[in-house]
Design a protein around this ligand. Structure first.
Ligand code: NAI
Ligand code: MG
Length: 501
């Protein structure tokens, strides 16, 4: 246990010792039907942080029944939209009140720097709930001038129903918010399954949502594994919609399960291998920093990580070497330390995957310009740390350019001109994000239009905002979260005909 550590707040210690570790079903904290539990560990040293309940099929049945009852019987669905708004706003206030606790828990469970967790994960989550707290009173239908005489026609936009939401471990709290906030704004009821690597912040969130006055059964939390609890949610006949963020491989399984069961609505936010393109005419100082931040942020465990760095021939050496040096200078350490810039990867499995790609890259002929391997510091030897790594002299057809590594490892590829880089950037199965660094206005807009990706950043990289749609082209996903598109994901449109004669 880590509860004796000096820099943990009392509230975090109390949560680790006595906070909820069970399943939240129908407003009650309950053991898994099987009685099973599993461990969640601190990736900076492998120590066990807590044991939490392990949900399986029977728990999924119970949670879906509770969410169904809450959806059909109210009071969530019968409340006024203004009242729903207030509950969602209250959730944001409570998260803000416990912001430091969330930040430390997130850092402990995921490994990420606590400073970043506090600013981005927790700060972003608060903004996100507040943004969607504004939506319930603005979800409207239309009156429609149909061609039939003496007919009044209008549309209603109604909640889709019971929603299952399966999220990953890279931004545990924020991914929960991305899924829950629009669903609640639309009037749906939810079953959240956090990733098995990082269940803690979802449990605290569940506790605060009850405190905020969310009625029993509106939000249920099932901690557990993907192959069991997750798969049972995807196959369930009484789940109306499933929203997923994670690997493309599992996204395909979820879509198949929906197809084989009740054709539940599916939205998917999947992997990426985003091109970050530096033209020689860019403000190179700014572009170089953007290239480094675009890959090393969150240890590269980011679906829009700028992991394919394309650099125009003339500035290739300068930019590649800068990113390598920037990586070498970053402070690798435990996320809880305030000066840490690179924490551990989330798990032993990810450590094996990421170091595996470092070797594959060298076998393929890429050159390690910075980092490579694991830190030599013996204090870090029990954690899942890797060095920020730059693989240069790479080609777009290498595996290190085509496959998602999901670590602080960037593949740097040279290009000649605009046509060459558009062709290479689009020569990939993914399409989540892209960056363009140039001072040429025509070029910026031309390339932004030509890249097949859900988000394009020009002279900046990686930002998201609750008001701006986010999602993927190609195998990076289906549907758009955030903004009004987020409301569309969680609503059905009904057309009503009224004969006026
Ligand atoms: P994953 O896709 O297996 O896990 C994500 C979530 O899906 C977790 O909650 C997991 O329990 C659940 N899940 C797993 N199998 C399932 C199934 N058969 N049915 C329903 N739910 C299931 O991702 P994993 O294994 O943690 O990471 C593997 C790779 O996936 C990473 O290396 C990375 O490339 C990618 N990934 C992408 C993310 C993104 O933000 N787009 C986030 C996490 C991982
Ligand atoms: Mg997996």
């Amino acid at each position: 246990m880590v509860t004796t550590e000096a820099n943990l707040t009392q509230e975090v210690r109390d949560f680790l010792n006595d906070g909820p570790k069970k399943l939240l079903i129908g407003g009650q904290w309950v053991e898994a039907a099987s009685g099973k539990t599993f461990e969640t560990v601190d990736p900076s040293n492998g120590d066990v942080l807590a044991r939490v309940a392990e949900a399986d099929k029977e728990d999924v049945n119970r949670a879906v029944a509770a969410a169904r009852k809450a959806f059909e019987d109210g009071p969530w669905s019968t409340m006024t939209s203004a009242e729903r708004s207030q509950v969602i706003w209250k959730i944001a206030d409570l998260i803000e009140e416990h912001a430091d606790t969330f930040a430390q828990l997130e850092s402990l469970d995921n490994g990420k720097p606590v400073v970043v967790a506090r600013r981005d994960d927790v700060g972003g989550t608060i903004d996100y709930f507040r943004y969607y707290a504004g939506w319930p009173t603005k979800i409207e239908g239309h009156t429609v001038p149909v061609g039939v005489p003496q007919t009044f026609a209008y549309t209603l936009r109604q909640p889709v129903g019971v929603c299952a939401q399966i999220i990953p471990w890279n931004y545990p709290l924020m991914m929960a918010a991305w899924k829950l906030a629009p669903a609640l704004a639309a009037g749906c009821t939810c079953i959240l399954k956090p990733a098995e690597q990082t269940p803690l912040s979802a449990l605290l969130l569940g506790q605060l949502m009850l405190e905020a006055g969310l009625p029993a059964g509106v939000m249920n939390v099932l901690t557990g594994y993907g192959e069991t609890a997750g798969a049972a949610l995807a196959a369930h006949m009484q789940v109306d919609k499933i929203a997923f963020t994670g690997s493309t491989e599992v996204g395909k399984l979820i879509m198949q399960a929906a197809g084989k069961s009740n054709l539940k609505k599916v939205s998917l936010e999947l992997g990426g291998k985003s091109p970050n393109i530096v033209f020689a005419d860019a403000d190179i100082e700014v572009a170089k920093e953007g290239a480094a931040a675009g890959i090393f942020y969150n240890m590269g465990q980011d679906c829009t990580a700028g992991s394919r760095l394309f650099v125009q021939d003339r500035v290739y050496d300068e930019v590649a070497q800068y990113v390598a040096d920037a990586g070498n200078k970053m402070k690798v350490g435990r996320g809880l330390n305030e000066d840490t810039e690179i924490g551990p990867l989330v798990s032993e499995e990810q450590l094996q995957k990421v170091t595996g790609y470092m070797s594959i890259g060298q076998q393929e002929g890429a050159v390690v310009l910075g980092g490579g391997g694991r830190p030599s510091d013996s204090a870090l030897s029990r954690g899942f740390f890797v060095n920020p790594t730059v693989l240069g002299q790479a080609r777009n057809d290498m595996r290190i350019a085509q496959e998602e590594i999901f670590g602080p490892v960037v593949t740097v590829i040279p290009f000649k001109d605009v046509d060459d880089v558009i062709r290479q950037a689009n020569d990939i199965s993914y399409g989540l994000g892209a960056g363009i660094w140039t001072n040429n206005l025509q070029r910026a807009h031309r390339v932004a239009a030509a890249i097949k990706a859900g988000t394009v950043w020009v002279n900046t990289y990686g930002g998201t905002d609750p008001a701006l749609p986010f999602g993927g082209f190609k195998q990076s996903g289906i549907g758009r979260e955030m903004g009004y598109e987020g409301i569309e994901l969680y609503t059905e449109v009904k057309s009503v005909w009224v004969n006026l004669e």
